[in-house]
Design a protein around this ligand. Sequence first.
Ligand SMILES: Nc1ncnc2c1ncn2[C@@H]1O[C@H](COP(=O)(O)OP(=O)(O)OP(=O)(O)O)[C@@H](O)[C@H]1O
Ligand SMILES: [Mg+2]
Length: 239
Amino acid sequence: MNKDAPALVVEDATAGIGPLTILDGVSLELGSREVVAVLGANGAGKTTLLRTIAGLLPPRRGSIRLFGEPIEGRPAHEITRAGIGHVPSGRELFPRLSVADHLELGGRLSSPARRVELRQRMLEMFPALGQRLGQRAGTLSGGEQQMLAIARALMTDPRVLLLDEPSTGLAPKIVLSVFQTFPLLRKQGVSILLAEQSLTLGLSAADRAYVMDQGRIVLSGNAAALAEDHRVVDTYLGR
Ligand SMILES: Nc1ncnc2c1ncn2[C@@H]1O[C@H](COP(=O)(O)OP(=O)(O)OP(=O)(O)O)[C@@H](O)[C@H]1O
Ligand SMILES: [Mg+2]
């Protein structure tokens, strides 16, 4: 690992399913301890991009580097071990498994001592989960389920966290409480790539953002500058 390299560099990544090209030459960069949003309307390719980085979909072309180390084409569990945590779209929890079970699943790649440390950190960060360790995930509120999905990913001890639309189905106040964990994560050395359909939410949480349309990056810049840029909205409206 090269500590001076950006946390994540994606260069010209192309990926698809069967004959279908979904990601079409995507390049982006995530600095160490940065929060970067990937914005785009429904179907733009955000989830596919995050899945490709996480190793769930092999890129056909292009490179992906984590602190300078090439990871593209490796199996997902190796990419997790290398330091990328993935909070999938729709959370993908196991409804009948308990909160504690999910934390355990997330921590199984870490040493026993580290696992205890990470678990302690999760319970401090998400006290609501601590009060519900024995409860089945399916019976948690939407906000608690999202916290659990994030905690499970953090139990893998990632340097980069890929967050796929954590706001889906949550009340604004709850979304805010999810986003409020970002400064703490940053302090702990975690860099965040956040996929988000909502421009307002994405730009409020990020330092910088990329806008995707039809599998490509069409705009990028500082969050504050993009918030003023009418081309962002035009992209969403297909103009
Ligand atoms: N398994 C699949 N088979 C066929 N097409 C797919 C598959 N997964 C995604 N696609 C297509 O790829 C494109 C990008 O989808 P993707 O889910 O990455 O978009 P997204 O930006 O995450 O959208 P959303 O905001 O709705 O989550 C869409 O046109 C979608 O229909
Ligand atoms: Mg998606």
